[in-house]
Design a protein around this ligand. Structure first.
Ligand SMILES: [Fe+2]
Ligand SMILES: [Fe+2]
Length: 282
């Protein structure tokens, strides 16, 4: 099912509609992935494959979120959460479809990852959706979303994509900005349905491990196929990404810890400026 593809291209890659966290309507998009170089981010294998790794698994993660949240919608019917959560679901469906489209480009570039994606799909549909309760699935989604908010914030604040191929820069900035727009909503959904601390913590832990695990597996898979694993430059770029220039690891840990405190409440308002920067072209 298609949600927000544009029929006519009156904008380059996505519609510059201002942030509206009360509705979270998906923007029309028009991504054409033509002539994307293999190392599309400044010829940097670590950074390119950080984003490519997320691209691999996002359709599986986002498909899971869409199915679970759609099934749980009756629980928030006629509440103030209903409209933004409906928007959230449409945004995630559009993200998943777009990243699936880019996975075809990665395949055409010669990368092999079909088995890894099959395992991921099996894990979501045949394990998590069958054996976890719907509430636990919501807690897991709140954990994923906490991670995607942190990653989006780090990426947008650091201008990590400024030297990227323009289409790929647009793809990831659009996705990160919509993540910021709907940030905190999965937490509110969970809290409305079940506000026990232990379910949030369990979902948060499992969700964090799964997001980090997918990124690590995806990066290893792609970097190995580039045969750049033993390359000095790759190690140098990885170190810059994780510890020195972008400080991805310490920043992620710093922003992750508040989620596990009893009194945690997402402060999405503080982040909206980073999403607005993308959609208002500032
Ligand atoms: Fe998303
Ligand atoms: Fe999201």
């Amino acid at each position: 099912m298609k949600f927000a593809d544009a029929t006519t291209a009156d904008f380059p890659n996505f519609e510059n509609k201002p942030l509206n966290p009360n509705l979270c309507e998906p923007r029309k998009i028009n991504f054409q992935f033509n002539n994307i170089p293999k190392l599309w981010l400044n010829n940097n294998s670590a950074l390119t494959h950080f984003f490519n790794a997320m691209n691999l698994f996002l359709p599986a993660f986002e498909g899971f979120m869409v199915r679970v949240m759609r099934n749980q919608l009756p629980r928030i019917q006629n509440t103030e959460l209903e409209a933004p959560i409906r928007g959230f679901i449409k945004q995630e469906a559009t993200h998943g479809q777009t990243h699936q489209k880019y996975n075809k480009i990665l395949e055409a570039q010669g990368y092999k990852f079909k088995t890894a994606l099959k395992i991921a799909d099996f894990f979501f549909t045949e394990v998590l959706e069958k054996y976890l309760s719907p509430k636990m699935c919501l807690a897991l989604i709140a954990g994923f979303e906490n991670m995607t908010t942190i990653i989006s914030y780090i990426v947008l604040k650091s201008n990590m994509l400024v030297t990227a191929n323009p289409t790929m820069r647009s793809l990831w900035e659009w996705h990160a900005a919509e993540e910021i727009e709907h940030s905190g909503l999965a937490f509110k959904f969970l809290n409305y349905v079940d506000n026990r601390y232990r379910i949030r913590i369990l979902g948060g832990l499992l969700g964090t491990v799964m997001v980090i695990g997918a990124i690590v597996v995806g990066m290893a898979l792609l970097i190995m196929q580039d045969q750049s694993l033993t390359n000095q430059k790759t190690f140098h770029d990885l170190r810059k990404f994780l510890f020195t220039e972008y400080k991805f690891l310490p920043l992620t840990l710093k922003h992750l810890t508040p989620y596990f405190k009893l009194e945690f409440n997402p402060k999405s308002e503080d982040l909206y400026q980073y999403g607005e920067k993308v959609f208002l072209n500032i």
